[in-house]
Structure formats: structure tokens, C-alpha cells
Design a binder for this molecule. Structure first.
Ligand code: SF4
Length: 358
């Protein structure tokens, strides 16, 4: 006789939850998965009605499930959010071009507006051209630094209040381990937070912070979502790969290890007398930075001067790199444009005559 669902005790159990070891049916799995994400959102007060929220969408399983679940919960619980898909095209042929086709289909399937910003357009360099210049080393360093800024630039272009990303519990636990192994105190504090403030007022959060990767894969599979599952052409960051392997081994002997690490990370506090870097604005592009020139500008400087190691390992040149005639759109300009958009929107929302020209 088939095993019945541990929750409804009616339908046939087809999923064993790695998080709780319960055997449950498909409908109960959808319900508990979605409800747990909703509880994370509500308990952490992530949004307020009227927020314009961009979903960082790569076409991969995490962000595709995130887009689907955000739309479902927004409709079901009347969050009152304006949702957008925001994608970054790093310019990796055979990988990102294909995954962006998936995002374009998701745009139609979920009925959400989509903005794609590209490295080529923002920095004048695609990842393919960066790899051609620097070789197959440190690729993820360039890519990660540029992507963070690209998302913030896209958010300003859409005048968003909030960006949500598909980082799941496994990603967060890996990051905590990596920061402990590196002794990176300032990042250790930030990486456990569910929401951080990025560019000015734009909040960035991880609604899947407590969702296991295995359950996200199951959800995508059982809902038959349209997602892209090929690995990036350029090798994933080796250091994260070791942390991931270590975590998987721990999970095999203790399935709660992922959540245990997250809770341990949350419980750690940096002593008050530890000096943390203070944030300022990059003198070149205006992005938030703990140095006078932000990491992206240092990396770009290195690429343009043919010394790509600039910014990878800090050298005296980092500090001495002179001002560059930048073709980057200055963040101050993007911020002003976003504020203008916001003012126009607020005025038109306040006006009872929606067709008037005020
Ligand atoms: Fe970029 Fe590295 Fe991710 Fe590829 S694996 S998309 S190079 S960060």
C-alpha cells in the first residue's frame, strides 16, 4: 500500500522533505513551501504595500522559483507590490544568452515587466571580452563585483524600492562558512542578514534565506516551471566550491546542518570595539564604497590599462590609479533620474484627474 502524506493523511506521499524528513504529497509540499516563504517575508517585514520590487532573474532554478512564488504570494496575500523582473546580461555566450531566453519566456508566463542590463552597455566590457583579456582566472571576481553594481543600476533605472534575489539557505550557509574561513568579520555580519540596504534607499533581500536548495529544485520540477540549468562556461568560484562540498558532507550526516549554520551565524555579533570599514561614495562613479575608488572602477581601470591584476590583489597602484575619463553613467545621475520618476509618479497618483497633465 502506498505511503500516505504525513500532513493530510489522504493523498499519496511523493516527496520526502530534507528539512523535516516528513513524507508528503505534492499539494501539501506546495502549501508548506509557499507558506514558509510567506512567513519569512511577514516575520522579517520585508515589504510594504506600494513597494516596487525587482526580482533578480537569471533564468536559473532559484530565481525562476522566486519569480513564481513572489507573484503567487503577492496575489494570494495582497502584498500590494509592483513586481518587475530585473536581469543582468554578463555577456557569456552559450550560457547567459540562452538563460536570458528563459527569462523572456518567464516574462510572458508570469505577466511581469522585464529589464535587462548588460555589462557591455554599463561597463563597455562583456565577460567574454574580460576573459579574453585576463584568461581563465579570477573570472568570478570581476563578474561578482560588476553584477552587484549592475543590479543596483537597473534598480535605479526602474525606480525600485527593493531587489529580491534567489539566494537560498545553502548559499547563505556556504557564505557564512567562507567568511569564517577567511576571517572576514565585516562580511560575516552582513551575510546573515535577510535584508541589507544597497544603493541609497534600495533594500536587497533574500526571501529564500531558509529554503533548502533541494526543495527549490523539487518545487521547480513538480510545478513544471520553465528554467535553465546549464553551468556557467567560466568555472564557478573554486573557493565557494570547497565550502559547498564541505556543507554537502555535513548535511549527509546531519540534515539540519544548513539551518544550524545559519542560526549560528545569526547569533554571532561583532564586538563593539572592532573597527569596521565605513561606507562612502566612489569618487569616480558615485557608488557606495569603503574606499575612495570602488572595486568595480579599480577593476575597470586595470582592464583598460592592460593590467588586469589591479584590484585582484591590492597593490600600490590601486591607491595611485589616477582619475579615468569614465563613460560610466554616474550613480548620482541615476539617483536623480530615479527621484524625478518617483516625484512624477507620486504626483500623478495624488491627482484625482488621472488624465490631467499636472
Ligand atoms: Fe559570473 Fe562566475 Fe557566476 Fe560565471 S560562475 S556567471 S563568471 S560569477
Amino acid at each position: 500500500m502506498p505511503r500516505l502524506c504525513d500532513i493530510c493523511n489522504d493523498a499519496r506521499a511523493i516527496v520526502r522533505r530534507p528539512k523535516t524528513a516528513q513524507s508528503i504529497c505534492k499539494e501539501c509540499f506546495f502549501h508548506v513551501f509557499e507558506t514558509e516563504v510567506h512567513n519569512t517575508i511577514v516575520d522579517s517585514n520585508l515589504f510594504k504595500p506600494g513597494d516596487r520590487v525587482g526580482i533578480g532573474a537569471s533564468g536559473g532554478k532559484d530565481s525562476t522559483v522566486l519569480a513564481y512564488v513572489m507573484k503567487t504570494l503577492n496575489d494570494r496575500y495582497n502584498y500590494g507590490l509592483d513586481l518587475y523582473l530585473l536581469s543582468v546580461d554578463e555577456g557569456i555566450s552559450g550560457y547567459r544568452d540562452d538563460s536570458l531566453e528563459t527569462v523572456k519566456r518567464n516574462k510572458e508566463q508570469y505577466g511581469l515587466p522585464l529589464l535587462i542590463v548588460s555589462y557591455e552597455q554599463l561597463y563597455g566590457w562583456s565577460m567574454d571580452s574580460i576573459v579574453a583579456a585576463v584568461g581563465r582566472k579570477n573570472n568570478c571576481t570581476f563578474c561578482g563585483v560588476f553584477r552587484r553594481q549592475a543590479l543596483d543600476r537597473g534598480a535605479l533605472m526602474l525606480d525600485l524600492d527593493h531587489i529580491v534575489t534567489g539566494h537560498n539557505a545553502d548559499d547563505v550557509a556556504e557564505t557564512i562558512l567562507m567568511n569564517i574561513f577567511r576571517g572576514d568579520i565585516s562580511r560575516l555580519g552582513r551575510c546573515t542578514e535577510i535584508a541589507t540596504t544597497g544603493e541609497g534607499y534600495i533594500v536587497r533581500s533574500k526571501p529564500f534565506k531558509y529554503a533548502y536548495e533541494k526543495e527549490i529544485v523539487m518545487y521547480a520540477y513538480l510545478r513544471r516551471l520553465d528554467y535553465f540549468s546549464t553551468e556557467c562556461t567560466y568555472s564557478p568560484n573554486a573557493y565557494r566550491g570547497y565550502a559547498r562540498e564541505f556543507l554537502k558532507k555535513l548535511e549527509r550526516v546531519r540534515p539540519s546542518a544548513i539551518l544550524d549554520i545559519i542560526h549560528s551565524g545569526e547569533a554571532m555579533h561583532v564586538a563593539k570595539d572592532v573597527q569596521l570599514p565605513s561606507l562612502d561614495r566612489c569618487q569616480r562613479c558615485g557608488y557606495i564604497s569603503s574606499n575612495s575608488i570602488c572595486k568595480a572602477c579599480v577593476l575597470l581601470e586595470g582592464l583598460e590599462r592592460g593590467i588586469p591584476k589591479l584590484g585582484i590583489s591590492r597593490t600600490k597602484q590601486d591607491v595611485e590609479a589616477g582619475p579615468r575619463e569614465s563613460d560610466l553613467v554616474h550613480f548620482e545621475k541615476l539617483r536623480q533620474d530615479a527621484l524625478e520618476m518617483r516625484k512624477t509618479r507620486q504626483n500623478s497618483a495624488a491627482c484625482p484627474q488621472s488624465a490631467c497633465a499636472c
